[in-house]
Design a protein around this ligand. Structure first.
Ligand SMILES: N[C@@H](CCC(=O)N[C@@H](CS)C(=O)NCC(=O)O)C(=O)O
Length: 218
């Protein structure tokens, strides 16, 4: 087994697994992916043993163990500084940390009302006001970045940590048929066609059918 292992849960439902996997791939890490479903007691016991937070993603890189998406990204950007996980410019990096941090700690209404589910499509989905406020803020973030750094990714021509953090949101915009202004819609499509996202979505499509308890933010 590869000494470098990323532990994740569902590819279809787990937005944090997706973010963790994206940053590992963007860093150029050679790793194997271990999927723990989290729905049966054996998997949960295994997860508790592997990840002190009881949450995925969790990365083992040789003798280093790191969990929580932001910590994994920080560790990878420190270990592979040339991989471009963060913008080179200090002010841009501060901006990237700020919006990635907003995603990591916020948008609770969006996350609970519009859970990631790559296989689903809900045309005309009715949004409640709390989720609308989150979506408006995310559109402002996208517009601001695309305007300042000229796209097609949030900080210019290459994807960085911020794109990994917002990638699951772009899948939710498609799943729940969220109407977006043109620049944000173009960015959503850039993310959905990002080769790493296409690869992840293809593997998610192979997962066993929907598990009801998982159809919630997670
Ligand atoms: N803040 C954490 C959130 C991680 C998280 O909530 N992970 C979910 C899956 S998306 C999880 O492990 N849930 C527990 C379980 O599946 O048993 C991070 O950034 O990694």
């Amino acid at each position: 087994m590869n000494a470098t292992t990323l532990t994740i849960s569902s590819r279809n439902y787990s937005s944090w697994s997706l973010r963790g996997w994206l940053v590992c791939r963007m860093a150029g890490l050679d790793f194997s992916t271990e999927v723990l479903s989290g729905t049966d007691s054996t998997s949960r016991a295994e997860l508790l043993h592997l990840s002190p937070s009881f949450l995925v993603p969790r990365l083992r890189h040789g003798d280093v163990v790191v969990w929580d998406t932001f910590a994994i990204a920080a560790y990878l950007s420190e270990t592979f500084p040339e991989a471009g996980l963060l913008p080179r410019d200090r002010a841009e990096r501060a901006h990237c940390y700020s919006i990635a941090g907003e995603m990591h700690s916020g948008f609770v209404n969006l996350r609970s009302a519009l859970p990631m589910n790559l296989k689903a499509f809900h045309p005309g989905f009715r949004l409640f006001n709390g989720a609308k406020a989150d979506i408006e803020r995310i559109i402002t973030i996208f517009d601001d970045c695309l305007d300042r750094y000229e796209g097609p990714y949030l900080f210019g021509s290459q994807p960085c940590l911020a794109d990994a953090m917002f990638a699951p949101v772009c899948t939710r915009f498609r799943t729940y048929d969220v109407k977006l202004p043109p620049a944000a819609a173009a960015y959503r499509d850039t993310i959905l066609h990002w080769p790493l996202m296409v690869e992840w979505a293809e593997e998610a499509a192979q997962e066993p059918e929907e598990i009801e308890e998982l159809d919630m933010e997670f």
